[in-house]
Design a protein around this ligand. Structure first.
Ligand code: DAK
Length: 258
């Protein structure tokens, strides 16, 4: 299937999805969200892919849900179709790591999409915000929950109640962004991180990601128990034998995802 609102490519073991609606600053409409969900599902199914990079243009990662498409929605329609929640959640449901490479605007649903990703790299020009309040609504794709967890209540409350944007520098200091990288290196750097992850044992990567995410869902005691049992289970993999043997033999491990 040819895509119209995104472009998709594979770089070695990393799947790259670029949001591509420049005329609307990559506003997330139904067509784009459907294509994004399809592209992520394909990379999830592709055994050669170990991580996915999600990016936009220099000017915008995504300026939010498509306001023009959303403006005439009614309450019953929104309730009944669950506002396309299935497609919106594709990135957050991926089991392979998803890296957001953000330049320019990441607003509303665009910021929420970045926060659904596991790692966020950004350029100096990146601007993060949840301006839904200025439209008479509130964030609806996880913003009120994920931003608090990422940057704490004080900053999240100010941004969500006033619509203030954060610069990349502030977002990095606050913990929303993992690293700021030069404009020209954004995609290459994100792919490099993805390639590094893809070189690891996929069972270990899937368990590591799930364990970190567990920290947001449960008590410390339960989270520690979960981590320990998952740790034990990895001793059932060939990759654990290979990884530890490679260390002892002073050579590079060659993981086979089993
Ligand atoms: N939707 C539709 N079109 C948009 C757009 C958007 N979010 N953002 C920008 N555009 C369009 C503009 O209308 C303009 O189109 P034309 O007028 O040329 O046809 C074009 O992109 C260029 O934008 P500007 O001319 O405005 O460019 P500027 O550089 O002057 O300003 C800006 C850039 C990013 C500051 C400005 O465009 C802006 O404020 N955009 C809106 C940002 C915003 O409010 N975002 C939040 C949207 S609400 C849910 C899932 C998701 C959501 C909720 C629930 N569920 C699963 C339940 C999400 C909600 C939202 O994201």
């Amino acid at each position: 299937m040819a895509f119209e609102t995104i472009t998709v490519e594979t770089r070695d073991h990393v799947g790259v999805v670029r949001l591509d609606r420049p005329e609307a600053l990559n506003a997330l409409n139904a067509a784009l969200l459907g294509e994004l969900a399809t592209a992520i599902a394909r990379f999830e199914d592709d055994a050669a892919i170990g991580a996915v990079v999600l990016t936009g243009s220099e000017k915008a990662f995504a300026a939010g849900a498509d306001i023009k498409e959303m403006a005439e929605r009614t309450y019953p329609q929104t309730l009944i179709d669950d506002f396309m929640a299935g497609t919106w959640l594709a990135a957050s449901r991926a089991r392979k790591p998803v890296i957001a490479a953000v330049s320019g605007y990441a607003l509303g649903g665009g910021c929420e999409l970045a926060m659904m990703c596991d790692i966020v790299l950004a350029t100096e020009s990146a601007r993060f915000g949840l301006p839904e309040i200025t439209l008479g609504v509130i964030p609806g794709a996880g913003g009120t929950q994920r931003l608090v967890r990422a940057v704490g209540k004080a900053k999240a409350m100010e941004m969500i109640l006033s619509g203030r944007f954060m610069t990349a520098e502030e977002a990095e200091r606050a913990g929303l962004v993992s690293r700021i990288v030069p404009d020209a290196e954004l995609l290459d750097e994100a792919v490099k991180v993805g390639e590094k992850i893809a070189s690891m044992s996929l069972p270990a990567v899937i368990h590591a990601k799930a364990s970190v995410n567990r920290a947001f869902e449960t008590s410390l005691e339960e989270g520690l128990l979960y981590e320990r049992s998952v740790f034990y289970s990895l001793f059932a993999t060939e990759d654990q034998k290979e990884g530890m043997a490679a260390f002892v033999e002073k050579r590079q491990a060659r993981f086979r995802d089993r």
